[in-house]
Design a protein. Sequence first.
Length: 305
Amino acid sequence: MTDLSVTAPERSGTPATTTSAEDVPVRRHSRHLLRRGLKHVFMIVASLAMIYPLLWMVVSSLRPNDEIFRNPSLFPLSFDIDNYVRGWSAQSFEFSHYLMNSTLLVIGCVIGNLFACTLTAYAFARLKFWGRNIAFAIMLMTLMLPIHVVIVPQYIIFSQTGWVNTMLPLILPKFLATDAFFIFLMVQFIRGIPKELDEAARIDGCGHFRIFFQVILPLMMPALATTTIFTFMWTWNDFFGSLIYLTTPDNFTVPLALRSYLDTQGASDWGAMFAMSVLSLVPLFLVFLFGQRFLVKGFATTGIK
């Protein structure tokens, strides 16, 4: 009598291969961990590749001049702290003089952008006047206009007014709301503020200036912080504008002072230049470190995300 409990694979001699239901989540979890691991490895390698020039500059600031370009690794054969001492007083003035010039320039540009861009953004976002949309579109079009197109007319104007070799050509345009990017950012932020706040203040007898300074401006702190950080970074690193308008060493900013360490016809002091470059990066690093959360919050609340 044939035993009916024997299955077909057992009759043919082939063992049955079945996959347990518990093994499926384990395999999926393993593949997920593998993908995450490969992703993290790729990001670490990419991060090291991007940060390598900065690390190389820091290490090169501690090397003698004759070793900087002979040893591309991040492990110097010897350390030379004298680069910082020599670089600090190698120019016509001590490097602190150039740091102070850049600081004054940054303060003026930050105040100018915060003052002019906020008022302009409030006008575009809240006031109703003829040609507002056309003016806003023209303002946005200036974002696509290269600075090289306007630099010659601007230089002629400032040269005729006698402002060349002063900070005025670099600071005064900021008080005229020339940075369209910050205006657009603040307009987007103000549009996100409920208009009911304006209407409630207007019922209490507030005019536009009082509504702006007592209602809108206190709520714009993320956008103001974003404007401050970007203005600081762009102005501190600006080389082209300073090169055009500043001609004597007593008015040089940090980028121009760093360029003075290089001599195309003689010996260049690379070690001193790298040492002072490291010092010039410290303010940028501190500003970005303490203002990063405001920067992220500013972009997250302006619709540019």
